[in-house]
Design a protein around this ligand. Structure first.
Ligand code: ATP
Length: 250
């Protein structure tokens, strides 16, 4: 049994299919990069993994559990922008990552002090201790994304979902973020799914690179079919293809 098991997922919005026949198995700790043309359903697939949406058909199981009905603390998410709360300080943003995962909301008293201490440990880890009392708008783009990742990690997710997390950063900051993410991953052993438009980034960071594309195309009705996983590259060996989805489902 694989850690993440995606079985025959279809997702349509109204009559329009976005993704179809998506099957994939992911082992715990793997880093999966997802690439594909704009609009082919990569973010939709992440939302399904997050359980923010339910698929039209098919199932996604994590660790053999029944399909989740809503996002839970085992899944963290970071978007390209706006993942953090602008009205909260850096430290409170980290605390929120933990407390929002709890059904009863915010911490109080001794619990809050303990949460603040854990937040300070995380801030040291992500190199933001010196700006703990600042507001996100005063931070650089790279710092804001480190904060967003730190916030997502505070709930100790087993799966981290990243939707073009470095897309808005300059090339130098992006390289720093690659090192940061690689270190975090080695420390936490978490499973990562990252959507990126940068193929080189996908191969550099990923163990596997999944390509989403349409296999059926009707020129008279370009929206008639959805995209699926057309390639599953092993990025650990310089990216030689080792599995096509047909082989996976055979
Ligand atoms: N909630 C929704 N309701 C209706 N249509 C939607 C919804 N979410 C996404 N779509 C449509 O589904 C298609 C796929 O969107 P999605 O954001 O998943 O693609 P993407 O591959 O991540 O694109 P990009 O690379 O441009 O971010 C788009 O045409 C989008 O307009």
């Amino acid at each position: 049994m694989s850690f993440v098991e995606v079985r025959n997922i279809f997702q349509s919005y109204g009559p329009r299919p976005i993704i179809e026949r998506v099957n994939v198995d992911v082992a715990e700790g793997e880093f999966i990069s997802i690439v594909g043309a704009s609009g082919c359903g990569k973010s939709t697939f992440l939302r399904l993994l997050l359980a923010e949406e339910q698929p039209t058909r098919g199932t996604i199981r994590i660790d053999g559990n029944p399909p989740a009905r809503e996002p839970g603390r085992e899944r963290g998410v970071v978007f390209q922008r706006y993942s953090v709360f602008p009205h909260m300080t850096v430290r409170d943003n980290i605390v929120a990552g933990e407390s929002f995962a709890r059904r009863w909301g915010r911490f109080a008293g001794a619990e809050r002090r303990a949460a603040l201490q854990r937040a300070d440990e995380t801030l040291h880890r992500i190199g933001l201790a010196h700006v703990a009392g600042a507001y996100p708008a005063t931070l650089s783009g790279g710092m804001q994304q480190r904060l967003a990742i730190g916030q997502a990690l505070q709930a100790k997710p087993r799966i981290l979902l990243l939707d073009e997390p470095f897309g808005a950063l300059d090339p130098g900051t992006r390289l720093q973020m690659h090192d940061f993410l690689t270190e975090l991953r080695a420390e936490t052993g978490m499973t990562v799914f990252m959507v990126t438009h940068d193929l080189a980034e996908g191969f550099k960071l990923g163990d596997r690179v999944l390509v989403f594309d349409k296999t059926r195309w009707d020129p008279d009705a370009p929206e008639a079919y959805g995209a699926t996983i057309t390639y599953d590259f092993d990025a650990r060996n310089g990216g030689y293809p080792y599995q096509k989805t047909e082989e996976l489902s055979a």
